[in-house]
Design a protein around this ligand. Structure first.
Ligand SMILES: Nc1ncnc2c1ncn2[C@@H]1O[C@H](COP(=O)(O)OP(=O)(O)O)[C@@H](O)[C@H]1O
Ligand SMILES: Cc1cn([C@H]2C[C@H](O)[C@@H](COP(=O)(O)O)O2)c(=O)[nH]c1=O
Ligand SMILES: [Zn+2]
Length: 193
């Protein structure tokens, strides 16, 4: 997709925000890695961030469910992303749903400086509610890509992350042990699916 490559205008890099959203297992991290690795092949200066709390597969690397990975810097808050190197041209951010509400403003500042910002995150939590700063990021992005998983109950496209674990707290790290990607129908059937 041409638009998702670095944006040129009158010979200069133009900043932009791209959001990759969807349910768990929908391929958000794979798509983020694909775009970031293409930028690295193009010899652009790329920096990648994730929330410090996301220790699911690795303390520092961004890792997909298929175990593809890329090194990243874990940060405690979105403002730390602004402390990046002066020559950075592309910024990748994974697990955006776990960041604070200032993340959209941070991404706007980076894009205004000419940086291509690519953000991946869950658009909905396990209750089907908008999750953290992701909906606000979708509103200000140049490009939003919503990817679907496959519903584990019926094979339809899945947009929900159904929680099978007993916890009611919004944040619960996990994978197939605690969540199933489900379509609208199977999500609302709950335990009856
Ligand atoms: N039910 C499913 N639907 C789609 N992909 C699945 C499913 N279960 C496992 N996968 C695997 O998960 C991969 C996507 O992983 P990843 O990019 O880490 O997703 P996300 O970041 O959206 O959670 C797929 O390429 C596929 O191999
Ligand atoms: C739906 C939902 C998910 N989480 C957690 C579970 C995982 O650790 C991440 C999502 O990872 P992925 O790369 O999208 O597979 O988020 C959560 O804490 N709360 C939720 O409601
Ligand atoms: Zn289904």
């Amino acid at each position: 997709m041409l638009f998702s490559e670095q944006n040129y205008r009158r010979g200069e890099y133009c900043g932009s925000i791209e959001v990759i959203c969807g349910s768990m297992f929908s391929g958000k991290t794979e798509e983020l890695l694909r775009r970031l690795k293409r930028a690295q092949i193009a010899k652009l200066n790329v920096e990648i961030f994730k929330p410090k709390t996301d220790t699911r597969y690795d303390e520092t690397a961004v890792v997909s469910h298929d175990l593809n990975s890329i090194q990243s810097t874990p940060v405690e808050s979105s403002s730390a992303i602004l402390l990046l190197g002066a020559n950075t041209q592309v910024v990748g951010i994974d697990e955006a749903q776990f960041f604070d509400d200032n993340l959209p403003e941070v991404c706007n500042k980076l894009a205004q400086k000419g940086i291509r910002v690519i953000v991946a995150g869950l658009d909905m939590d396990f209750q089907g509610q908008p999750f953290g700063p992701v909906p606000a990021l979708m509103a200000i992005a140049e490009l939003v890509t919503k990817v679907n998983a496959v519903c584990v109950r019926c094979g339809s496209p899945a947009v929900y992350s159904y929680r099978t674990a007993a916890s009611e707290s919004r944040v619960l790290l996990g994978e197939k042990d605690s969540y199933e990607p489900r379509c609208r129908h199977c999500f609302h059937l709950g335990d009856m699916a």
